[in-house]
Design a protein around this ligand. Structure first.
Ligand SMILES: C[S@@+](CC[C@H](N)C(=O)[O-])C[C@H]1O[C@@H](n2cnc3c(N)ncnc32)[C@H](O)[C@@H]1O
Length: 243
């Protein structure tokens, strides 16, 4: 999979020199092509933005430097063009999975007050927001998007199950996890996790996942298709007022 990124701060993407994603990059599980929009500035001062028509605060990124940056990418490597924007549709795991199946994505990182609407209308396939809050630049949103997609490219995460068992992958929160030592400041690891009884451990994990989802993100339960066992368990827990 290839990502093209249009940005005025390509160095921000050096972040992918660390962690599991850096290994995926080194192993060529994906490639990253950062283009500096300022290479197509309209003057020798590096200008890529201008005051908004109609007045108002801040500056707006001009269409022309963005379009010329897009032209630097061979047509067949352009793929789906995404503008990271708080006004886009909100990213979720199912969207991430869909995008992870694409060959190429081109990500436009806005700054200032955003991007001239005409560039969006003409060259952007989709606007994606990473949440209902405002970032100072689309780079941070693009990093989240790339990271979440690359995790799902086969070969990135050593243990495939850690992706398929992640929170949201089955519509629920994953639930609590524990590691050594068995006792930390008078708090014990739940005994069942030390029992070696795999069936019981799986049951505990499922129960814990349902409880955590019910308590923290009950909205998720409206969309998820629970198994009969999960539904019964949830009914039991709620009817007994355990939750
Ligand atoms: C300061 S923001 C501009 C916000 C704009 N004034 C508005 O109110 O919609 C600058 C850039 O950061 C990016 N950005 C900000 N919040 C974002 C979010 N929640 N998701 C994705 N990108 C975001 C966009 O690329 C945006 O063009």
């Amino acid at each position: 999979m290839n990502f093209n990124v249009l940005t005025i701060f390509p160095e921000i993407f050096d972040i992918f020199e660390s962690g599991v994603i850096s290994k995926a990059l080194a192993n060529k599980n994906f490639s990253l092509n950062c283009l500096n929009i300022r290479d197509h500035a309209i003057n020798k001062h590096g200008q890529i933005d201008a005051k908004p028509y109609g007045g108002g605060e801040g500056m707006v990124m001009m269409a022309e430097p963005l379009k010329k940056s897009l032209d630097d990418i061979p047509k067949k490597e352009l793929g789906h063009v995404i503008y990271l924007s708080p006004q886009g549709s909100k990213l979720n795991q199912s969207k991430v999975i869909t995008l992870s199946k694409m060959e190429s994505l081109t990500l436009i990182c806005g700054r200032y007050e955003g991007v001239d609407q005409r560039f969006i209308d003409k060259y952007v396939d989709e606007e994606i927001s990473i949440g209902d809050f405002i970032l100072s630049g689309g780079e941070y949103a693009a990093i989240c998007l790339i990271d979440s997609i690359v995790r799902n490219i086969p070969g990135t995460i050593g243990n495939k199950e850690s992706v398929t068992n992640d929170t949201f992958s089955n519509g629920l929160l994953k639930g609590s996890v524990y590691t050594r030592p068995e006792n930390f400041e008078d708090l014990d690891v739940p005994e069942v996790l030390l029992s070696g009884n795999h069936a019981k451990i799986e049951d505990w994990k499922m129960t814990n996942s349902l409880i955590q989802t019910h308590l923290r993100r009950p909205d998720l339960l409206n969309d998820v298709k629970l198994t009969n066992k999960q539904r019964k368990l949830l009914e039991e827990l709620t009817s007994k007022d355990i939750l």
